[in-house]
Design a protein around this ligand. Structure first.
Ligand SMILES: [Cu+2]
Length: 200
């Protein structure tokens, strides 16, 4: 993934430090210098690497239209996907949605393929960790796929987030917005718009 950072926790204040890239505890003594100090950590203080790394993939820009005359023709979106160990959280923010869509809920998912304007099929199927890893039976649910359904506010904005117990493999992928909320089979109707999300 792009933007790899190594998370660091201090010996003290561990609970409060989660989420900070660098956190420093004031621990004096020989133990401090026995640890490798990351950049910015003063001498005499200690930082201990978290288990695993935090990998971040982001995308920000205009939505690409897959079906004409929909409410997303002037839409924009930001997506941030962060994996730490086997856990991944994804946040999606959509703005500029047409007023006719206020109050409606749209399905949105991570798909395996690229986001190509006018070509919904190019995005391929949902990213499903069972399929990618050859596990059977394949199940389609919010633990095996990244579902980001959102409801549009009166101002034409929406937010969604998802947390899944796997780290998606890199690729030239996309977030696809569909015409309906996702049902329990994972289907959500026609593909209306997409945002590219590529990382390696
Ligand atoms: Cu989808």
């Amino acid at each position: 993934m792009t933007g790899t950072v190594r998370g660091v926790l201090a010996v003290v204040g561990v609970l409060g430090a989660v989420g900070a890239f660098w956190a420093v505890g004031a621990i004096a003594g020989p133990a401090a210098d026995a640890q490798g100090r990351p950049p910015g950590v003063p001498r005499g203080e200690v930082a201990i690497p978290l288990a695993g790394e935090s990998d971040v993939a982001t995308s920000n820009g205009p939505l690409r239209v897959l079906a004409p005359h929909g409410p997303f023709e002037r839409g924009r979106a930001v997506v941030v996907m962060r994996s730490q160990g086997a856990r991944t959280t994804v946040r999606l923010k959509v703005t500029g949605v047409g007023r006719t869509a206020a109050g409606r809920t749209f399905g949105a998912h991570l798909h395996t393929g690229p986001c190509v304007a006018g070509d919904g099929a190019a995005a391929g199927p949902h990213y499903n960790t069972d399929v990618i890893n050859g596990r059977k039976p394949v199940r389609a649910d919010h633990e095996r796929e990244i579902w980001l359904d959102f409801t549009v506010s009166p101002s034409g904005a929406a937010n969604a987030s998802a947390s899944v117990p796997f780290a998606p493999k890199p690729g030239d992928r996309s977030i696809v917005i569909h015409e309906h909320a996702t049902d329990h089979h994972g289907t959500a109707g026609a593909r209306l718009a997409c945002l590219p999300l590529a990382w390696n």
